[in-house]
Design a protein around this ligand. Structure first.
Ligand code: C5P
Length: 235
């Protein structure tokens, strides 16, 4: 693995999928102290670009989630450009293939941890087959984890439903198993939205997730800080 250890005091990473950089910074301020890290995704990055990332890193641990999926040279170029922004985690799609994953891990140079996104948590078994994978979501994820780890990435993004099978096959962190970042988190009774493969925060953590990515259950709440505190308290 090329990655540095990524440890946070609180395993919640809030997804700041806001359409304006000011909203993203305001939301980060509102939940500071109740989360361990913030995630800047495509929506916020398209609005605020590298400046937003630089500003966000002044007061937060930052996960820059741009899910690169292109030819190896392009992905290596993009990862090289974001190395100095101060984000600690970034993403590429495992389906980009071995050479792309290796190029991303090498370009990271140990300054940012490259995570491989296996199968989006918004895809169910039918959608996974629709895009051309032979198996169901669970078996596809296990295959992509194997590929990604052998290509040298620093961690994996998977749904909470795959955490236990990944731990069983590839081991716990203490035994050298992969760093697992897990979106698709839905507290009991909260709206699924476009997510399909979901679990409650405690279930994901107990199964062996390292970092829980949680967006709308926090950011769409009437009081985001209280929602984040409630989730942290449930863990
Ligand atoms: O609002 P919600 O909790 O559904 O947000 C989940 C976040 O995790 C989004 O920012 C999305 O981009 C991200 N994500 C995901 N599924 C993946 C990888 C990342 O939902 N496989």
């Amino acid at each position: 693995m090329t990655a540095p250890e990524v440890t946070v005091s609180n395993p919640i990473c809030v997804a700041l999928d806001t359409p304006s950089p000011t909203d993203a910074l305001d939301m980060a301020r509102a939940v500071a102290g109740s989360v361990g890290a913030v995630k800047i995704g495509l929506t916020a990055f398209a609005a605020g670009g590298p400046d937003l990332v630089r500003q966000m890193t002044k007061a937060n641990r930052v996960f820059l989630d741009l899910k690169f999926h292109d030819i190896p040279a392009q992905v290596a170029g993009a990862v090289t450009r974001i190395r100095d922004l101060g984000a600690e985690l970034t993403t590429v799609h495992a389906a980009g293939g071995r050479a792309m994953l290796q190029a991303a891990a090498e370009a990271a140079g140990g300054e940012v941890t490259v995570l491989a996104v296996t199968v989006l948590t918004s895809l169910g078994d039918r959608e996974v087959r629709d895009v051309g994978f032979a198996g169901d979501a669970a078996s596809t994820v296990l295959r992509l984890v194997e590929l990604s780890l052998s290509a040298g990435v620093g961690g994996i993004v998977c749904s909470p439903l795959e955490v236990a099978p990944i731990r069983e096959r590839f081991g716990n962190r203490a035994a050298g198993g992969p760093y697992l970042v897990v979106p698709g988190i839905r507290p009991e009774g909260s709206d699924l939205g476009d997510q399909r493969r979901t679990l409650a925060p405690k279930g994901a953590l107990d199964a062996g997730a390292d970092l829980l990515v949680i967006g709308r259950p926090i950011t769409a709440a009437a009081d985001p800080a209280a929602a984040a505190r409630a989730i942290a308290g449930s863990l």
